[in-house]
Ligand binder design. Structure first.
Ligand SMILES: Nc1ncnc2c1ncn2[C@@H]1O[C@H](COP(=O)(O)OP(=O)(O)OP(=O)(O)O)[C@@H](O)[C@H]1O
Length: 364
């Protein structure tokens, strides 16, 4: 009870309420609701054009809203200009002033005495791992280093909110992965509430406390990386995040679906018998067995191509008895060795009833 009261008194760092954005006839954002807790790291994720950058720009006050409200720590900032909102921002392209030194770039928004600003700049450079780089100019720095400077500049005034607009996407893969971890560590250490736009699902799942999956100007699902991956609420989220097997299916009755002429058991509550939809199963949830044990949802499958993908192997299969149903199964190297797969030789496969998930066909 005490904890509940304490939580209730904690104002969200950011609240977006029923946000709409139109560009002429075109609706870029529709009825977006989002609450971000103090210290939370939230990623806006979705395909190109889904509206994630627009949402960030509205929060930043770089675009005017068409409807709805934006609150920062309970303060309505919907109509306030950017400088009267309390945030720091990092863009994809470094956006540093090329003719100013690193120190001048970082100190740009700082006020106060000269020594005070110099101390703060040194502190921020140490924070982003660039001690002593004060006198350098942006052109003398690598892409990753420029983004660190941009991050230091965004954090200079100790803002209540850090906004990151695809800050890593211009960097090469190795630097990106390194900086991803550093930003996450820094964010956790400082406890600064952060909203980051990315179209890279791996980045979102690795960095965020919660992910906001967007599609066509709407929020599809908000959840922890585990929830988004393991319990996608819509077919869009299931399809967009990770790899999946998909089958067309019809509900037969409670707990049973028909995929082609095969009946499969499903643990989830199903729509009315006769309803159609798509069934989803992650490749790592497909079970392969070294010997035939029978059981529900089990048949013999014919292995095809095996891809070695670093930590695991992806096996392509077809199931002759299930109308040559194609399947992808992810197994560990050890499991693959135990299975002793021989191309063309049938292997027992189970589609676990509690891992199959049916999404009803969308109304046209
Ligand atoms: N100033 C504008 N005028 C008209 N349409 C715009 C404007 N800005 C954005 N849009 C449109 O709004 C939609 C959302 O754009 P937005 O940049 O938010 O997408 P995004 O999800 O960030 O995509 P990307 O990853 O490609 O940047 C797009 O269809 C885009 O064309």
């Amino acid at each position: 009870m005490g904890a509940l009261c304490a939580d209730a008194s904690r104002e969200p760092a950011l609240a977006v309420v029923g946000l709409h954005k139109r560009y002429g006839e075109f609706t870029a954002l529709s009825a977006v609701d989002l609450t971000v807790a103090p210290g939370e790291f939230v990623c806006l994720l979705g395909p190109s054009g889904c509206g994630k950058t627009t949402l960030l720009r509205l929060i930043a006050g770089l675009e005017a809203v068409s409807g709805g409200r934006i609150l920062m720590r309970g303060r309505d900032v919907t109509r306030l200009p950017p400088m009267r909102r309390d945030y720091g921002i990092v863009f994809q392209s470094y956006a540093l002033f090329p003719n100013l030194s690193v120190a001048e770039n970082i100190a740009y928004g700082l006020s106060g005495r000269r020594e005070h600003r110099a101390r703060r700049v040194a502190e921020l450079l140490a924070l982003v791992g660039l001690d002593g780089a004060e006198r350098k100019f942006p052109a003398q720095l690598s892409g990753g280093q420029q983004q660190r400077v941009a991050l230091a500049r965004a954090l200079a005034t100790n803002p209540g909110l850090l906004l990151l607009d695809e800050p890593l996407s211009a960097l090469d893969a190795r630097v990106r992965e390194h900086l991803r971890r550093e930003i996450k560590d820094l964010q956790a250490r400082l406890g600064v509430t952060t909203v980051m736009v990315t179209h890279d699902q791996e980045e979102a799942l690795a960095m965020a406390d919660r992910v906001v999956v967007m599609s066509r100007g709407r929020v599809e699902q908000i959840g922890t990386p585990g929830e988004i991956y393991g319990q996608p609420r819509t077919a869009f989220v299931a399809d967009f995040i990770g790899r999946a097997n998909w089958f067309e299916a019809t509900v037969r009755r409670h707990g049973e679906i028909a995929v082609d002429r095969v009946t499969l058991s499903v643990a989830q509550a199903l729509p009315e018998p006769g309803s159609t939809g798509r069934v989803f199963l992650r490749p790592e949830d497909v079970r392969l067995h070294p010997v035939w044990l029978g059981g529900p949802n089990t048949a013999l499958a014919r292995p095809g191509k095996i891809e070695h993908l670093g930590g695991f192997c992806r096996v392509s299969l077809t199931v002759p008895l299930w109308g040559d149903l194609p399947l992808l199964a992810d197994v560990s190297q050890d499991e693959l060795a135990r299975l002793r797969l021989v191309p063309g030789q049938l292997v027992p496969v189970t589609l676990p009833a509690d891992r199959l998930r049916m999404f009803a066909a969308e109304a046209a």
